[in-house]
Design a protein around this ligand. Structure first.
Ligand SMILES: Nc1nc2c(ncn2[C@@H]2O[C@H](COP(=O)(O)OP(=O)(O)O)[C@@H](O)[C@H]2O)c(=O)[nH]1
Ligand SMILES: [Mg+2]
Length: 216
């Protein structure tokens, strides 16, 4: 749910990278941080990570201004994936405007992926959001490894849902930007429908996406 303060001309958008423990959510944010131009991009805050495992969350913020003077802040969060941190995951999901689900492509992780996706659906509904309506992309990460789930299997499962799927390696930087751009585009469309940002504030969807995803 978007935070929009028309008087202060301020709008905050929240995107959440969700998924099982160690699927590469933090690495995705690191990759975005490294690939994207500094202009408009804030610093990556990694809170309380221990042994590669996020206990709270990470946050990468972006700052934009529309031609009308509206300030837009895009906050990109990760959640901790471990089962026992469900309360934190729920808190981070509150008022999310879009979600990237980061699955681990390793064949051994299939069950963890599906448990985590079910957990996403449950937690979204607990915070009053609907998985059928929220802007969403799925990333099968770690495509650089051997013993990964076949692309054909992935397509068979996900194509009927209409949710866009990206095959990525956050470690190598493959596909991460494309997935982020898709999520940003979908999210922009959903808020533009409500607030007419293009008409009233002069920021088109393609301009929004290109300002967020300009490479350094
Ligand atoms: N081979 C490979 N390793 C990855 C990839 N993405 C993340 N990792 C590794 O997987 C481990 C967990 O990554 P992290 O981003 O901390 O996972 P998170 O728990 O989802 O935040 C780390 O050792 C990463 O270097 C990837 O695309 N390929
Ligand atoms: Mg993490």
């Amino acid at each position: 749910m978007i935070e929009f303060d028309e008087q202060k001309k301020r709008l905050v958008l929240k995107l959440v990278y969700y998924g099982p423990a160690l699927s590469g959510k933090t690495t995705n944010l690191l990759c975005l941080h490294d690939l994207l131009t500094k202009e408009g991009r804030g610093d990556l805050m990694m809170l309380d990570t221990k042994d590669d495992r996020t206990i709270y969350f990470d946050l990468l913020p972006f700052f934009l201004k529309t031609p009308s003077g509206l300030k837009i802040k895009v906050k990109v969060y990760t959640v901790p994936g471990q089962v026992r941190h469900d309360a934190t995951r729920k808190a981070v999901l509150q008022r999310a405007d879009g979600v990237a689900f980061i699955a681990d492509s390793q064949a051994t992780e299939a069950r963890n992926n599906s448990t985590s996706f079910d957990n996403l659906e449950t937690n979204l509904s607990l915070v009053g959001l609907n998985i059928e309506r929220i802007p969403l992309v799925v990333q099968y990460n770690k495509r650089d490894l051997d013993d990964i789930i076949d692309e054909a299997n992935i397509r068979r499962v996900w194509d009927p849902t209409g949710i866009p799927v990206y095959l990525t390696s956050a470690l190598k930087g493959w596909g991460v930007l494309e997935s982020f751009a898709d999520l940003a585009r979908q999210t922009y469309h959903s808020i533009d429908k409500r607030y007419d940002l293009a008409g009233r504030h002069g920021l088109s969807s393609s301009e929004f996406v290109s300002r967020l995803t300009t490479r350094s």
